[in-house]
Ligand binder design. Structure first.
Ligand SMILES: *Cc1c(COP(=O)(O)O)cnc(C)c1O
Length: 433
């Protein structure tokens, strides 16, 4: 039996000086009724806690780690950059290089603005859309998470969903009044919302693949219809690709589904493990940003040279490895297949959703296609499953509503070990009932 004595002590100590002993609520283990882990170090596909327990990691910094933890070329690039000064408050050549690289892979993007977090990226995108259209309202989709910006916290996914606080106290009614949230994948309700709020909608913001209420795939026509109607109604279409950008393909979800949004939000992978995110898109919209235009947005650490160096190296590694997306998809599919066959054999109520290198396991006998489907899954069973996996040295997200991420460092042995651990856990859970 593994011990978590040190993690427990740290939690006690941390709770006295940090709120809930965390700096982001998704790191709390409240939803899985188990002591919170404190990370000691990580390498490749593995993370170690402060008690010395080693896990195959599927949190991967919530999707940041596509190459694996402490990936040497990225570490070296960051160290070299840091030695030359870690922040100037002046422009650097590498920021241009990184922007050029993003443009090269995402044809919808003419110009980029780097920021430090995904939240800033979505906030800036919405501000730009409002300035460009002169309209106020936002349409978003239930269960999508777009950071913790006031207007976008309505029926939000991720930690909000995990903790059961999907709207948020402390947000002025004015902020949520102009936000219309509707079910993901529901074309009829989308059309109705556009009709009902005709000439009032600035933008539609969506995770093209919903990854913050578990993984929920878009229906074949859903994204196309969003693109069609927003174009027709002169509404700005924002793809929040903070997770899917450089995760599903070099061109993100928009490349995969062949859709050109007006604005795109990026984050997570593009910072190579450092705080870096971006908003990019059509030149006529982006040029509204100061200093060219009147929409103000700024950041002391925006485009930080260490983050940019790590991000640039990450994207270079993704470009250089010509089979990386194929390999990631193959490994993930192998794992998912093996889970699926076990589910069929045991006849247990589990649904697995996946695309590329993201997947999630839902404890339900139904298919999961919306926020409503997600919240109706069995959270207690997930918690039990999570704890069982931990005992086997496998770390899944401590929430039934978060995605699992496979990295290039998850080798065949890791995938096999994970599949075995999952089978064992399913069997233990079944016999314990
Ligand atoms: C993580 C995430 C964000 C917020 O990014 P932060 O860097 O945590 O502020 C926004 N949108 C999506 C889709 C995300 O997954």
């Amino acid at each position: 039996m593994m011990t978590l004595a040190h993690s427990k002590r740290l939690f006690e100590r941390g709770s006295k000086s940090l709120v809930g002993s965390v700096n982001s609520p998704v790191r709390s283990f409240n939803a899985v009724q188990t002591p919170m882990l404190f990370a000691q170090k990580a390498n490749g596909a593995h993370v170690w806690d402060t008690d010395g327990n080693k896990y195959i990691d599927y949190i991967m910094s919530w999707g940041v780690g596509i190459l694996g933890h402490a990936y040497k070329p990225v570490v070296d690039a960051a160290i070299t950059a840091m030695k030359n000064g870690s922040s100037f408050g002046l422009a650097t050549e590498r920021e241009i290089e990184l922007a050029e690289k993003i443009k090269q892979h995402m044809k919808s993007i003419d110009k980029v603005r780097f920021v430090s977090s995904g939240t800033e990226a979505t906030m800036t995108a919405v501000r730009l859309a409002r300035a460009f259209t002169g309209k106020a309202k936002i349409i978003k989709f239930d269960g999508c998470y777009h950071g913790h910006f006031d207007s976008l916290l309505v029926k939000s996914g991720s930690g909000n969903l995990t903790l059961g606080i999907p709207s948020g106290e402390g947000i002025l009614p004015g902020y949520s009044r102009d936000t219309v949230s509707i079910p993901f994948n529901n074309v009829t309700l989308f059309k109705q919302a556009v009709e009902k709020n005709k000439n009032e909608i600035a933008c539609v913001i969506v995770e093209p693949v919903l990854c913050n209420a578990g993984v929920i795939l878009p229906d074949k026509e859903f994204l196309k219809i969003l693109a069609q109607i927003t174009k027709q109604e002169k509404i700005i279409l924002i793809f929040d690709e903070v997770i899917t950008g450089f995760r599903l393909s070099l061109g993100g979800a928009q490349g995969l589904f062949n859709i050109r949004p007006d604005l795109t939000c990026l984050g997570k992978i593009i910072g190579g493990g450092f705080p870096l995110a971006a908003v990019g898109g059509r030149k006529d919209i982006m040029d509204l940003l100061a200093p060219v235009g009147p929409v103000y947005q700024a950041g002391t650490l925006s485009g930080n040279p260490v983050a940019v160096a790590a991000g640039l190296k990450t994207l270079e590694c993704l470009e250089d490895n010509k089979t990386i997306y194929k390999d990631l998809k193959k490994k993930t599919a192998e794992l998912v297949c093996s889970i699926q066959s076990e589910v069929n054999t045991l006849g247990i109520a589990v649904t697995v959703n996946s695309i590329g290198s993201v997947f999630s396991i839902f404890f339900t006998d139904r298919s999961v296609e919306s926020y409503k489907d997600t919240i109706n899954t069995d959270k207690a069973r997930y918690a039990q499953f999570f704890r069982g996996l931990c005992q086997e040295g496998i770390l899944f997200p401590p929430s039934a509503f978060e995605a699992c991420f496979v990295s290039a460092s998850h080798d065949e042995a890791a995938i096999e070990k994970t599949a075995k651990a999952i089978k064992k856990t399913f069997r233990t859970m079944r016999s314990a009932r």
